[in-house]
Ligand binder design. Structure first.
Ligand code: G3P
Ligand code: MG
Length: 269
């Protein structure tokens, strides 16, 4: 297989990626936030976070615990899917979203299939180590069942998990997330190539021009999160990155135009 993978956004511009959906305007990681992204022209991809429930269903959820974004309490992994589905996952954001529930990965993939690419970030819990292979196998099973292997990029801060996943399924595109405290001595190519990953993903305050240069020399795609203003997104676009993740992806779409028109848009705000 030709490697590494490099996405081809329109006219060489970066992919615009809705981080946890349009999470500034709807509760993060819910069908409402992903539907909003799917109906916005110019958004190419959604990013979402996945974990396992007690009965080993893949659920789309960011935190280890239910508290912040649902009416539930305690660790997600200790509840069955049926129990998790009882909780309201929208009211914390706004009462009008009280009908939102924690979605499964299957539900989200079915919602966006053919409309958006999906960056699936696998949350690997330091306090609860899953048996080797369990998380990545479950996620792959869902993606394959949904027929979306060629429409996903699977990433994680856990690079060993990503290496194992790529070994199990050489055709899937993968990304390694940068952890400044753990990885600061390493280059993007050190990190991505070691895990056989096609993409390197880091935060906006972590990216430097030399990191982008290193990644480009090795044909590794670079994604940066989370840029929530046109001005910030434009600065990162100018580095020549391949993807820009935003909680306000709908507002960031115009960054694909020239720097000057993006700036004039910013001035109109
Ligand atoms: O995948 C990029 C980003 O989502 C990683 O951090 O905490 O927002 O999942 P977090
Ligand atoms: Mg994430």
């Amino acid at each position: 297989m030709e490697r590494p993978y490099r996405p081809q956004p329109p006219q060489g511009e970066p992919h615009i990626i809705a981080h946890r959906g349009i999470s500034a305007k709807a509760p993060e990681n819910t069908l409402a936030a992903f539907s909003m992204a799917a109906s916005t022209e110019g958004i190419d991809m959604i990013e979402l976070d996945v974990r396992l429930s007690l009965d080993e269903e893949v659920v789309v959820f960011h935190d280890r615990s239910l508290q912040r974004t649902t009416t539930g309490n305690g660790i997600v992994r200790r509840y069955t899917l049926q129990e998790i589905k009882q909780f309201d996952a929208g009211s914390w954001f706004h009462p009008s979203f009280s009908h939102e529930r924690v979605p499964t990965l299957v539900e989200v993939l079915n919602l966006v299939r053919g409309r958006l690419l999906v960056n699936i970030e696998i949350k690997s819990d330091l306090f609860h180590r899953e048996p080797k292979g369990l998380l990545e196998t479950k996620v792959l099973q869902v993606v394959e069942e949904c027929g979306m292997l060629d429409q996903v990029l699977i990433s994680s801060f856990d690079h060993q998990l990503i290496a194992r996943l790529k070994h199990i399924c050489p055709h899937v595109q993968t990304g390694t997330l940068y952890n400044l405290y753990r990885d600061f001595t390493k280059t993007p190519s050190d990190i991505a190539l070691r895990a056989d990953a096609a993409a390197f993903i880091c935060a906006k305050h972590e990216i430097t021009r030399s990191m982008v240069n290193d990644a480009q020399r090795h044909r590794i795609a670079v994604y940066v999160y989370t840029l929530d203003s046109i001005r910030d997104a434009e600065k990162i676009r100018a580095l020549g990155v391949d993807g820009i993740m935003s909680n306000r992806a709908d507002d960031i779409v115009p960054v694909r135009r020239s720097a000057s028109s993006a700036e004039s848009l910013e001035h109109q705000r």
